[in-house]
Design a protein around this ligand. Structure first.
Ligand SMILES: C[S@@+](CC[C@H](N)C(=O)[O-])C[C@H]1O[C@@H](n2cnc3c(N)ncnc32)[C@H](O)[C@@H]1O
Length: 218
């Protein structure tokens, strides 16, 4: 049993997560934009950090074809159990998918090399997760440092001012703080940096989504 408060919350939330997120209706389009920003090619290795219930998996697998590999990492056993159910239900090739249950704070500095033999730099996706961490810069930097040069990163996050209408709702459900400028470390550390902003679909929530992407310098 984890002592991490956010992970204990996500273990409980996993039972209703996909229903509570309206089967992904508010995020579907921006999620696709984040996955597009990764420019996934047949045969790629894609790491879905904080993969949750595996909502990104279908689009990632479509992009990489039969010869790519998907590594999903999450610290919540409950969320990963849902991801496993999703994989089984969809009938995806399980040999192409590795799921790892690990708290990001417990990952070794070299975790990718320890899990996967990499023939070429992977692509790293982080959706709706960095805002959970008060020390999001350190968390992103840890993931960044574990990847080889030329790794492409794409993140998706909701953003609202701390006092924006509806911010409390996003923060309550996601156990995160949507006023954190989580794209800044991506901007500081990568080349070919791009950011795209989108309005939220819920009129009640005065905020936006950001997709930020870039490539680790060689
Ligand atoms: C809001 S969910 C996002 C899930 C998925 N990426 C998506 O777009 O729906 C955040 C995820 O981060 C995971 N998480 C939170 N803190 C974590 C930690 N310290 N280590 C690993 N995973 C963590 C949670 O278990 C949860 O699945």
């Amino acid at each position: 049993m984890t002592t991490n408060k956010a992970l204990r919350w996500y273990n409980k939330l996993s039972l209703v997560h996909d229903l509570l997120s309206f089967r992904d209706w508010p995020y579907r389009e921006v999620r696709e934009q984040a996955i597009n920003a990764l420019d996934i090619q047949p045969g790629d290795t894609v790491i879905d950090m904080f993969c949750g219930t595996g909502i990104n998996f279908g689009s990632i697998l479509d992009g990489m074809g039969q010869h790519g590999h998907l590594l999903g990492i999450d610290g919540s056993a409950g969320m990963l159990a849902r991801a496993r159910q999703r994989i089984q239900k969809a009938g995806w090739n399980q040999a192409q998918i590795t799921l790892l249950e690990k708290d990001v704070f417990d990952l070794s500095p070299d975790f990718v090399a320890e899990i996967l033999p990499l023939e070429q730099p992977p692509k790293v996706l982080i959706t709706l997760a960095l805002g959970i961490f008060a020390n999001y810069e350190a968390v992103f930097t840890k993931i960044f440092n574990a990847m080889p040069a030329a790794t492409r990163f794409a993140i998706l996050e909701g953003y609202c001012g701390a006092d924006s209408r509806g911010a409390w709702l996003l923060n309550f459900i996601g156990h995160s703080d949507c006023s954190r400028p989580v794209w800044e470390p991506v901007k500081a550390l990568t080349d070919e940096y791009q950011e795209l902003w989108y309005p939220t679909k819920f009129k009640y929530i005065k905020g936006s989504f950001i997709v930020a992407s870039g490539v680790k310098r060689c």
